[in-house]
Each structure stands twice: as C-alpha cells, then as structure tokens.
Design a protein around this ligand. Structure first.
Ligand code: S3P
Length: 202
C-alpha cells in the first residue's frame, strides 16, 4: 500500500490510465505559429514521452536548413523529404511529434497519421498566427510576400483538411501550459479516460 492507501496495482493502473494515447504517437498539426513545437515539447514532458520535431529531423537528414532546401531545391523537393521523414518518424516508438504546417496536407502522410497515430490540430486565429510568427525569419513561405496575406491564404486552403484531425484544440493566446492542458484533457476524452488530477496522485 502507498501512503495514500492505494494498492500498488491500483497505482499502476492509474499510471497506465494517465497515458492519454496508449501506443500511439501524438501528432500536432496546424499552421506556422500555432504552437506545435512549444506545446509539443511541454506535452511530451507531461506525458513522459520523447519529443520529436519533424522540421528539425528534416534539417538533420538534409544537412541544411529548411530555408536552404527551399532555396536550392524548391518546395517540391522539400515536400518529398518531409513525406519520407514523417513516414520514418511514424514508424518509430510512440512520441509527441510536432509536424511542419504542410505535412498533414499531403494525402499519403495524412493516411499514415490516421493509421498509426492520433492527430491534434492546434487551431489558431489569424492575429495569433501573425503575432507568433512575427520577427522570425526561418520560414521560407512567409518571405514570399505579406505574411498576413500568406497566412490568410493558407488558412483558407488548409483549414478544411486540418479539420480532419482526430482532435481539435484552440491554441490559447496565453502561456503554453494552458494549451498543453487543453490537449491533455482532449486526449483523455478522446480515449475515453477522464481523470481528475486527484486520481493521479498517489
Ligand atoms: C511549412 C511550415 C514549416 C516548415 C516549412 C513549411 C508549411 O513548419 O515545415 O517552412 O508549409 O506550413 P512550422 O509549421 O513548424 O513552422
């Protein structure tokens, strides 16, 4: 028995139930600036999983930055690389995986995510996306014109597809932990496990 009187078995059962997406990689999707990397890193710590950032993995595999890939080889080559890297990552151990904004738009990648993972769309409004992407210059797509127009166009093009995600969570214009908690609860609901914080304490 533990100090709170629960048997070891029931504590283990609660720990098992605290895993909000058993055996499945949690893939965060959404537009640039939605908070996928920041929320993903914190969510991974919260659920005790490795955090993987698809953009960083693409850069590692290519040996150069995403901006350089776009510049030297073009967007189509980037998308090919992204598709291959996503397939490899989705084959790995369950993790929290922050995808690049365009990954879920690819039908092949979307199919693999549906088969092997659980997808969470971090939905954000235009002003929040603009605020979060402003002053960062590593995103080639935002350099081709006015970021507001580009992001607005991408919202129109992609939000219908993002809506196919298993779970949609509004990205809060507040500290990232607020969104992390929303995602955690939404996952618990999705997998039919609703836990109160007190249940998780031994
Ligand atoms: C892209 C989003 C970027 C990156 C690339 C293309 C997109 O990732 O993959 O610049 O098509 O939306 P983030 O969403 O992590 O910024």
């Amino acid at each position: 028995m533990t100090k709170m009187g629960k048997s070891t078995d029931s504590v283990m059962e609660l720990q098992r139930r605290a895993e909000p997406a058993p055996e499945r990689t949690i893939v965060l999707i959404g537009l640039m600036g939605a908070g996928k990397t920041c929320v993903g890193r914190k969510l991974a710590a919260r659920v005790g999983r490795p955090f993987v950032d698809a953009d960083a993995e693409i850069e590692l595999a290519a040996g150069c930055t995403i901006a350089e890939i776009f510049d030297r080889l073009g967007e189509a080559a980037f998308r090919d690389g992204e598709r291959r890297v996503m397939a490899r990552l989705l084959d790995g151990k369950p993790s929290v995986l922050a995808s690049g904004g365009g990954a879920f738009v690819d039908p092949g990648t979307r199919g693999l995510i549906a088969e092997k993972a659980v997808s969470v769309w971090l939905r954000a409004d235009l002003d929040l996306l603009i605020k979060r992407t402003a002053g960062r210059d590593h995103r080639p797509l935002l350099k081709t014109g006015n970021p507001r127009d580009i992001l607005k166009g991408l919202m129109e093009k992609r939000y219908g597809t993002y809506a196919e995600a298993d779970i949609t969570v509004d990205s809060a214009d507040r500290p990232p932990d607020v969104t992390v908690e929303r995602v955690f609860r939404a996952l618990a609901n999705h997998f039919g496990e609703q836990l109160s914080p007190s249940e998780l304490q031994d």
